[in-house]
Design a protein around this ligand. Structure first.
Ligand SMILES: Cc1ncc(COP(=O)(O)O)c(C=O)c1O
Length: 434
């Protein structure tokens, strides 16, 4: 309703709010959340593998023995004990840092928001992968950035395309502020940026004076590999690193962190103070205490096993039921990126898929331009393996009937209202923004 005459406040919104529009697809997700629908849409981590008794004990201790810190306001930069724990986690991605260099945030989504707030004016360019994380695109749009997608393959962004884009945008008189990359098991493609590409991207960003934003929530979730060195370890003055405990512990706690060059860090803290005063003290003390008192790395190994089994179930089902599509074979994380058989529009097909009791996120959600129509993102993180198999089987049946329809009616079908790829009006469902 926002932006229509039915809204009494139409005309009162800020300019930046005009980019915040819901799509027809959003409404479908209310239906997709029904139990009879297999949702391969959301990016919710599984919580089954958590040692719940230990977690409950940690929570109890936070209240009983630590209330003076955990239930009180804290500093805008974050709790010192949590920052100390983060330095230990960062060693896994080859970064050695001091707690004073860490800023805690309300999940990495908040870090993205704060960073964009302090770096980007309307019309400034942010370079992103193709496809890119829907939640980051939402933030960039809300600050009226000009989002430019760059060619990306199985090894990550094409570095030479970065140089070409930076020069082209500067020639057009635009300021290129940042390059945004999800380097491990990307959301939505599942791809990982190779070590050579990481080095080259860091080099280019340094030379071109473009801030490299490394958003790395899936680093620990490689199925058979340890994380690669973070780009931040290659040049801490050029790269801002965003981390999160959402995928390795629990997203409900909303605890993430940032490592940034000193001057940027100071501004981030000021922006955080203006935004939330301080991140949740309870969440931070909870996470810090969990990390300090449990063998959390072993728990992450268990998680990796759970997700590997689900990834296998998804790929086996795709191989079996949807051989006409092509898809990525992620080595970690939550998602596979599916290229549908020729002529099928993922957004237009979604209502029929939901009617067929399966949901996914259309590829258009991961672009700010008109790409992604023939793709969908399938997530294997939440449903158990047998539900994943059933979901893919249902999806294949919908694709088959779509192909039959296409054969019968041809292009007339592309007139569906959901087949549009309008900018800023693609899928941003309320519970599936991850
Ligand atoms: C690439 C990426 N960045 C950031 C986030 C947000 O994570 P957080 O829960 O830490 O805000 C997500 C969540 O799915 C994500 O996939």
């Amino acid at each position: 309703m926002a932006g229509t005459r039915l809204d009494r406040w139409h005309g009162a919104y800020s300019r930046r709010a005009s980019g915040m529009t819901a799509s027809a697809i959003r409404a479908l997700f209310a239906v997709a959340n029904r139990p009879e629908v297999v949702s391969l849409a959301g990016g919710m981590p599984t919580l089954e593998a958590l040692p719940l008794d230990d977690v409950a004990e940690v929570a109890a201790r936070c209240v009983r023995d630590d209330y003076a810190a955990s239930l009180q306001y804290g500093s805008a930069q974050g709790d010192p004990v949590a920052r100390e724990q983060v330095t230990d986690v960062m060693r896994d991605v080859a970064v050695s840092c001091h707690p004073d260099e860490v800023v805690m945030t309300t999940g990495s989504q908040h870090a993205l928001d704060l960073l964009t707030r302090i770096m980007v004016d309307p019309g400034d360019v942010v370079l992103v992968e193709s496809p890119s994380y829907v939640g980051a695109l939402g933030v960039f749009r809300s600050y009226e950035a000009a989002i430019v997608h760059l060619p990306t393959d199985h090894a990550g962004l094409d570095p030479e395309a970065v140089v070409t884009a930076v020069r082209r945008e500067r020639d057009r008189g635009r300021r290129v502020k940042a390059l945004y990359v999800v380097p491990h098991h990307q959301n939505p493609s599942g791809g990982t940026t190779s070590i050579e590409r990481r080095q080259r991207l860091v080099e280019l960003c340094r030379e071109e004076r473009v801030l490299l934003v490394e958003d790395d929530p899936y680093a620990h979730l490689g199925f058979s590999s340890d994380p690669l060195p973070a780009m931040q370890s290659m040049d801490p003055e050029t790269v801002v690193y965003l981390g999160s405990f959402s995928k390795t512990f629990a997203p409900g706690l909303r605890v993430g962190w940032v490592l940034a060059p000193t001057a940027i860090r100071a501004k981030l803290v000021l922006a955080a103070e203006a935004s939330v005063l301080c991140p949740s003290a309870f969440g931070q003390r909870f996470v810090a205490s969990y990390l300090a008192s449990t063998d959390w790395r072993s728990r992450v190994k268990v998680l990796r096993e759970v997700y590997r089994e689900r990834r296998d179930a998804m790929l086996e089902a795709l191989d079996r039921y949807l051989p006409a599509a092509s898809y990525t074979r992620p080595a970690g994380g939550f998602f596979t990126w599916v290229d549908l058989p020729d002529g099928i529009d993922g957004a237009a097909m979604l209502p029929r898929a939901v009617q067929g009791r399966v949901a996914y996120v259309p590829g258009t959600a991961f672009f700010d331009d008109d790409q992604g129509g023939s793709h969908v993102r399938l997530s294997f993180c939440f449903p158990p393996p047998e539900r994943i198999t059933e979901g893919v089987r249902r999806l294949a049946a919908v694709v088959d009937s779509e192909l039959e329809l296409r054969e019968a009616f041809g292009d007339a079908l592309t007139d569906s209202p959901l087949a549009t790829h309008e900018h800023g009006n693609v899928d941003r469902p309320p519970t599936d923004t991850t």
